[in-house]
Ligand binder design. Structure first.
Ligand SMILES: NC(=O)c1ccc[n+]([C@@H]2O[C@H](COP(=O)([O-])OP(=O)(O)OC[C@H]3O[C@@H](n4cnc5c(N)ncnc54)[C@H](O)[C@@H]3O)[C@@H](O)[C@H]2O)c1
Length: 339
């Protein structure tokens, strides 16, 4: 059974089997695949059907050097404006593919087969594409919607446990932002075995994707409501900059916990709900200990690109399923965290 969600009638998110989706979205046009070596090794039957370009994996490869290399390869391959780029992989592959596709020859048609949990519930959806510059995450990028996103939960069977957990951090974020029922569903079903249960994973992917698609549909360019999706990310990104020991999801999990504690201290979130959030994150398997000193994290937050006029937009949970955006000078935030 497959489900299709739509963003502004220009981006379709297909949750179901990949072969059915490929028949639906590709009709004999020239396709160039961008992927990484892990996906090529595990799914060469799929990758090998198309001309393909392999990028290095890891956040350190999500940069303009990779982009430049892909541009050159596309030129060598004779790609033109009728070529469709197909990113097959996790969030790193899809972020790079979207950026290349939306800039090469002023924009090619593109789509994704999202293979990681984090990608299926978040990164592949919504048209934010980009790469890192020096130590700044996603500092260069575009808003451009993929024509289609294909999420087949069967890919998750080969995803390592650590990456599955990382994806769950974004699922928990989505649930806190706008879906209390999804939060309760995860509380009831989470275990190491649940990742092998296609029905459970399909529901998690579908409900998270539905929520994200709905928010992006209302605010494509992040001028308003879409900002709630940054819940836990200002702190999470700062943690990622301070240490390379944690992946994105692990840093976001700590960010979610820290921001829930702040919200509770501010009297917005009840202590009971704050403890529910921590306990679910721990049940998933996250350590919520700060991996570096809070003073280092606050220093990195000063450079956050979502800051304007020295005001940070902080997303604070009011209850599970509802968040509020508050503008706060960094100095005030620092005061709460160092108290
Ligand atoms: N554009 C957005 O809106 C958005 C939102 C959230 C996160 N992101 C970005 O997403 C990136 C993180 O994405 P990610 O966690 O998917 O990382 P990733 O792309 O590095 O994938 C994680 C690892 O899993 C491997 N992998 C992927 N699918 C697999 C599968 N089915 N089987 C086995 N191995 C597989 C990859 O090769 C990689 O080693 C970050 O760069 C983050 O900034 C973007």
């Amino acid at each position: 059974m497959s489900t299709i969600l739509s963003i502004k009638g220009k981006s379709e998110i297909f949750v179901g089997r990949v072969e059915e989706a490929l028949d639906k979205f590709l009709h004999g046009e020239r396709v160039v695949v961008i992927t990484d070596a892990n996906i090529d090794r595990l799914y060469h039957d799929l990758i090998g059907r198309y001309d393909h370009i392999i990028v290095g994996h890891g956040e350190g490869n999500k940069n303009l050097v990779a982009v430049q290399t892909i541009y050159s390869r596309l030129l060598d391959m004779g790609a033109d404006r009728s070529t469709t780029l197909l990113g097959i992989g996790g969030g790193i592959v899809t972020d790079i593919t979207g950026y290349v596709a939306s800039t090469f020859m002023r924009g090619l048609d593109f789509g994704f087969i999202s293979t990681s949990l984090l990608g299926q519930v978040d990164a592949s959806i919504g048209g934010k594409n980009g790469v890192n510059i020096a130590n700044y995450k996603n500092m260069v990028g575009t808003f451009a919607q993929p024509r289609f996103v294909i999420s087949d939960v069967e890919f998750l069977r080969t995803l390592p446990l650590r990456e599955l957990r990382a994806g769950m951090a974004e699922v928990v974020k989505m649930a806190i932002v706008g879906d209390a029922e999804l939060f309760a569903f995860i509380e009831d079903n989470i275990s190491e075995q649940c990742y092998r249960d296609s029905d459970i994973m399909r529901r998690i992917v579908l409900e998270s994707a539905r929520l994200k698609a709905d928010i992006v549909d209302r605010d494509e360019c992040e001028k308003g409501v879409r900002r709630v999706l940054n819940l836990g990310h200002t702190i999470g990104h700062a943690i990622e900059k301070c240490t390379n020991k944690l992946n994105h999801g692990e840093a976001v999990a700590i960010g979610l916990s820290q921001i829930s504690h702040l919200s509770s201290r501010l009297g917005l979130l009840s202590r009971e709900e704050m403890l529910r959030i921590d306990s679910l994150l721990e049940k998933i398997g996250f350590s919520l200990e700060l991996p570096v000193a809070m003073s280092d994290i606050l220093r990195e937050m000063r450079f956050d690109k979502k800051k304007s006029n020295n005001l940070l937009r902080v997303v604070l949970p009011e209850r599970i399923g509802l968040c509020r955006i508050v503008e706060m000078p960094l100095s005030e935030l620092e005061k709460y965290f160092v108290e």
